[in-house]
Design a protein around this ligand. Structure first.
Ligand SMILES: [Zn+2]
Length: 103
């Protein structure tokens, strides 16, 4: 998985298809990402020490990385991610559409 936290992504599959959001967290072990405002579910929770208020709360659930596409911050289009080696030998991510390095 080449997605990282704070990436802007668009959802390409499922109930939230077409929505855009920022990645809050990535879970590389399971190839899941948690995106702001995407895959929101109602959770019925009991009060605990962490969540003092019980009841129904809205919560984002992680979705599989294959269901999102990165939005390039140069050309603003959903794109696949290419790997590129910079002049100093470090590996960087690049947009397949405009070829710019993504940061
Ligand atoms: Zn681009």
């Amino acid at each position: 998985m080449r997605l990282r936290s704070n990436d802007n992504v668009i959802i390409i599959k499922g109930r939230d298809r077409g929505k855009q959001g920022r990645i809050q967290r990535t879970m590389p072990a399971s190839d899941m990402v948690l995106v702001d405002g995407v895959n929101v579910v109602m959770r019925h929770t009991k009060p605990t020490t962490q969540v003092r208020q019980g009841g129904i709360i809205q919560k984002e659930m992680p979705i599989h990385a294959s269901r999102v596409m990165l939005i390039c911050n140069h050309c603003q289009q959903p794109t696949k991610i290419a790997s590129r080696f910079l002049a100093d030998g470090t590996k960087a991510r690049a947009c397949r559409k405009c070829q710019e390095v993504i940061e």
